[in-house]
Design a binder for this molecule. Structure first.
Ligand code: PEP
Ligand code: MN
Length: 277
């Protein structure tokens, strides 16, 4: 266990699990919350159909990228503000809080107003200026670990948000780069266990970006629940073969339903439940 006595993320700072609500959904209770939705918001129809599917299968929060961090500047960059508006409308329609990634500090005001859970992606996980500013606004933040960061560095990033006044932070583990290239990133179960042990914050796991291939996503998700994840974030698309980003890893609505069925069994085995909706 990392001894970070008195850092705000730590169990030494506060022994009890940090809990808060997003809408009426309690984060870090006995119930595990599922975030699902496409990698990118592509159109109103795509978003609505996907949202209806994941909602029916029991997802609690709706994701969708509007501003996308892409390796190549020639790849689809997201619909931007228009995408955010589509996500917001669909979320309202289905009564699902929305989760979307923030790419720069100029978007903070807009996101504070429109987004229920602001995601900081792996590529911005050590953008300390942005983390400080996200600490000065009130919306909860889902903080991914960086592509090549240690658990300690990830936790210290959360400290930038917490120490600036925002205590509603979720740590989201999405794997790191390692020597292994059979999966897109390496999902270290040990990192999940250490983060749970060291921090009072809720821990989410993103098996989609870790696995990078849809055939591995369910097993990564089940392992994450067994390791103690309080939330999962999963990419689901109404037509994955046609997805404009991350098409190899996005589940169909049907595959997501199968994942949810198995997730309920694993959650029950460790005395927890998957929240339905
Ligand atoms: C995402 O969730 O859309 C994403 C880009 O994830 P990450 O930042 O973990 O790569
Ligand atoms: Mn993606």
């Amino acid at each position: 266990m990392i001894n970070k006595n008195k850092y705000r993320f730590s169990r030494e700072f506060e022994k009890t699990d940090k809990r808060f609500s997003i809408g009426e959904r309690l984060v870090h209770g006995n119930e595990i919350l599922i975030i699902a939705g496409p990698c990118s918001v592509e159109s109103k129809e795509q978003m609505l159909e996907t949202a209806k599917g994941v909602s029916k299968a029991g997802a609690s929060l709706l994701r969708g990228g509007a501003f996308k961090p892409r390796t190549s500047p020639y790849s689809f960059q997201g619909l931007g503000v228009e995408g955010l508006e589509i996500l917001q409308n669909v979320g309202k329609k289905l009564n699902m809080p929305i989760v979307t990634e923030i790419m720069n500090t100029e978007l903070i005001e807009l996101y504070s107003e429109k987004v229920d859970l602001i995601q900081v992606g792996a590529r911005n996980a050590q953008n300390f200026d942005m983390l400080k500013k996200l600490g000065m606004q009130k919306k909860p933040v889902l903080l991914k670990n960086g592509l090549g960061t240690t658990v300690n560095e990830w936790l210290m990033s959360s400290e930038y948000i917490l120490s600036n006044g925002n205590d509603n932070v979720i740590l989201c583990y999405r794997g790191t780069r390692s020597i292994e290239n059979a999966t897109r990133f390496s999902m270290d179960i040990g990192a999940i266990v250490v983060a749970k042990e060291s921090s009072r914050l809720p821990i989410a796991v993103d098996p989609s970006h870790a696995a990078g291939r849809k055939e591995f996503v369910k097993d990564f998700a089940l392992a994450a629940i067994a390791a103690g994840a309080d939330m999962l974030e999963i990419e689901v698309h109404n037509n994955p073969e046609k997805a404009l980003s991350d098409k190899e890893q996005q589940l169909s609505i049907e595959e997501f339903g199968e994942l949810m069925d198995d997730a309920r069994v694993v959650a029950k085995a460790i005395g927890r439940k998957i929240r339905k909706g």
